[in-house]
Design a protein. Structure first.
Length: 343
């Protein structure tokens, strides 16, 4: 996706998991249910297989290799996650019978699982976006490696942003990968990896947006622009990982970085004579509107599956395609302009 929409998207990702304590998980009935589930491995009539531990935390059954500390840790993560799911479902069923509307748990609506997928629609759409991102980056890679003419002296492309877009492609694949994993199963670890990857992509996208829209080409000026932003982003990532995952603060940071990119690209698309400026417009405006609507209409999942975040994910698929298409055409356009200049 474009950085602007990426930013937007990232902001949304950051936001989407915001709010640690929610109406559902502060309910004393939910807390009691979780506690009992962890001890007994049962919620109502259903038994939670991952919670079958002996008193000292060792698995009750299983061969020696299943007694390894890492495996036990894995079981404990799954035990907690499964207890949260079964307790949430039990309470939501009771709420429905009383005619009450669904509430959020740990910042998320009650989604129905499908197979191993915790939020199946968002996870699948996120994985599809990952494929589109890979496809876009691969096309750009083939263009810059085999199709574009190279400078005779240095052997590099005429297009000055080739390497920056390759890094962007890798960071983007990383961010979408962890988002798909986070929607598949949310643990502390997958949550932090998703948030951190999103912040890295969003921050890098802002740097890239500044470089491209202001046409920053020399190494010295690029370092001067990037250094303060990298310092700030590093501090923020260390803070959310090792001090406190403050969802509200993280959302504000993501929003500011996201809005800055959207404005940069939107103004640039408005003043430039670039032949692909309309594609850029669609991505920037489309991404901004999708994110705005997602935040505005945060409705509980329809039939337990489709919420506003899932719809937001759906819009990202065509936007990701358009974004890489803009990058591809930008490289072609800049290259032919530079070649004309040197003749
Ligand atoms: Zn997502």
């Amino acid at each position: 996706m474009d950085r602007s929409w990426i930013l937007v998207f990232l902001s949304f990702v950051c936001i989407s998991s915001a709010a640690n304590a929610s109406e559902g998980d502060v309910d004393p009935l939910y807390r009691i249910c979780i506690e009992q589930c962890g001890k007994t491995g049962t919620v109502g009539a259903s038994s939670v297989q991952h919670c079958q531990f002996s008193a000292d935390g060792v698995l009750v059954d299983g061969p020696w290799y299943m007694q390894e500390p890492l495996y036990v840790q894995w079981k404990q993560w799954n035990c907690r996650s499964d207890c949260q799911y079964f307790c949430m479902m039990q309470l939501e069923k009771e709420r429905e019978e009383l005619g009450l509307r669904p509430v959020k748990y740990h910042g998320k609506w009650p989604f129905k699982r499908w197979s191993v997928l915790q939020e199946p629609v968002s996870a699948i759409l996120s994985a599809l976006t990952l494929i589109i991102q890979f496809n876009g980056w691969l096309s750009f890679f083939l263009l810059s490696s085999y199709k574009l003419p190279l400078r005779p002296q240095s052997g590099r492309t005429y297009y000055e942003f080739t390497c920056l877009w390759h890094v962007y492609g890798l960071l983007s694949l990383n961010a979408w990968f962890w988002d798909a994993i986070f929607h598949t199963r949310s643990f502390d670890l997958t949550e932090k990896l998703d948030y951190s990857s999103s912040v890295v992509l969003l921050g890098y996208s802002l740097i890239l947006a500044i470089f491209r829209t202001f046409n920053v080409k020399t190494e010295a000026s690029r370092v001067m622009v990037a250094a303060p932003l990298v310092a700030f982003l590093t501090t923020h990532i260390l803070y959310i990982n090792f001090y406190e995952l403050d969802y509200g603060l993280n959302m504000k940071v993501c929003m500011v970085i996201g809005i800055a990119q959207v404005l940069l690209w939107a103004v640039w698309a408005g003043v430039t004579r670039h032949p692909s400026r309309f594609k850029l417009w669609v991505v920037v405006v489309g991404g901004a509107i999708a994110t705005f609507l997602e935040l505005l209409y945060d409705f509980p999942p329809y039939k337990g599956y489709v919420d506003s975040h899932a719809l937001w994910h759906a819009t990202n698929i065509p936007l990701a395609y358009l974004w890489w298409s803009f990058v591809y055409e930008d490289a072609e356009f800049r290259t032919s302009a530079l070649i004309k200049k040197t003749k």
